[in-house]
Design a protein around this ligand. Sequence first.
Ligand SMILES: Cc1cc2nc3c(=O)[nH]c(=O)nc-3n(C[C@H](O)[C@H](O)[C@H](O)COP(=O)(O)OP(=O)(O)OC[C@H]3O[C@@H](n4cnc5c(N)ncnc54)[C@H](O)[C@@H]3O)c2cc1C
Length: 450
Amino acid sequence: MKKNEITILGAGLIGTLMAIYLKRQGLEVSVYDKRPDKRQKPYDEGGRSINMALSHRGWKALEEVGLKDKVLPIAIPMYGRKIHDEHGGTSFIPYGKVNQAIYSISRGKFNQLLAEEGERLGVNFNFEHKCVNVDFRNQEITFETEQGESKIIASAIIGADGAYSALRMSMQKQIRFNYKQEYISHGYKELTIPATPEGEFAMDPNALHIWPRGKFMLIALPNPDKSFTCTLFLPFEGTKVCFDKINDDQDLESVFKTYFDDAYQLMPDLKTEFFKNPTAALINVECYPWVQGTSILLGDASHAMVPFYGQGMNCGFEDCSILNGLIDKLGTNSWSLVFEKFQKKRKSDTDAICQLAMENFVEMRDSVSDPKFIIRKKIEAKLHELYPNDWIPLYSMVTFSDMGYAEAYAQGKLQETIMNRVMADPLITENWNKLDYEDILYKMETSKAV
Ligand SMILES: Cc1cc2nc3c(=O)[nH]c(=O)nc-3n(C[C@H](O)[C@H](O)[C@H](O)COP(=O)(O)OP(=O)(O)OC[C@H]3O[C@@H](n4cnc5c(N)ncnc54)[C@H](O)[C@@H]3O)c2cc1C
């Protein structure tokens, strides 16, 4: 039986980045994934998001492993949200300061770039190896392969095998393992706005487009081929507009013409795509402990979140960076010590971002269409401009800084309470530019002290 030094389960975004970090530490790294090698056998992502938003925490990790400059050319900056109302009107809400952006990136291309970098550094990739069990006493992993069952022994195991992690399943059989999962009422479906016949983007490419409609929404992110990947978030059932009630072309046309007409005009393949593409579910997973001896869960395997803060991958990349920092500090003589320290340091932060991701769904699908929301954002931007270190909007703390998510959450709640009071003024729409900003900051500072 083969004995590996470090074994990573999952060659997704988090598994491959972690492999790169470990290889740079001079370790022998083997990665196993149940899927085929995409370069040899292209496969359907099976409903997983086609593109995603990469922000500060992700970039920071990429910079640490020297990959930022390789990734930048395949990423498109989005400087704010472009809100589409039901009458075809649009408004723009910046994400942060001028030039602050989140970046749209294709999952497939990005994953391939990371895998190629891993291979270049000497990571040993093994595809079509589905982990079916981990025996913690012997550190023995069992895989299903085309040739039958195979087993390996691993000194240390990192489970980066996603929201339905096999390593986590094995941990669930251990004593005192806490596990919580929740499917939200909404699912999603991916659709396309292709490039125009002239080969141009059909909408502004430097924004994340949102069609907020209260209980549901459509969003669109740009792709380098000048198309947009749209994601439609609807309840599965039980409401006037839901997946269950869209059963034929007529139902579909009626929903899109009523709620998303400007997008509908740009979607020639809507009918084919809608009924062909899968409707995927959205899950939140929280569990603890993440460590069993010298095995640890990382990324979605330990904290899968709903996608409404655009942080799942960014948070997973930050996991890799923090784990690498602990290896720098503590060495590799005791994996259980490194892993223990990691889970203690990280758990409160991942709980906070899971919670924030749930809460941001309401903001994206509903609040952004409220004119008062735009005023609120302007007041917060002004506060940030005047007091850059003392008032940082929650979105900026999460997206454009590496402040711990738990600290950002607590600070954000404090600011929210103060802002709720400011926004309660019935004349705020007229008066927002004449506010006593120093007094607002003072109120926030004093309530912090209480
Ligand atoms: C609709 C949607 C939009 C999103 N948008 C964003 C965004 O904008 N920004 C952001 O930061 N995050 C976003 N996310 C979250 C992001 O996709 C995940 O956080 C990220 O993919 C997690 O990476 P991972 O490597 O932990 O897991 P995964 O990407 O799921 O990879 C897990 C890997 O493990 C393999 N595997 C699974 N089981 C086994 C097994 N038994 N044996 C061997 N291998 C196995 C799989 O084949 C896969 O390759 C979004 C998610 C969704 C659903």
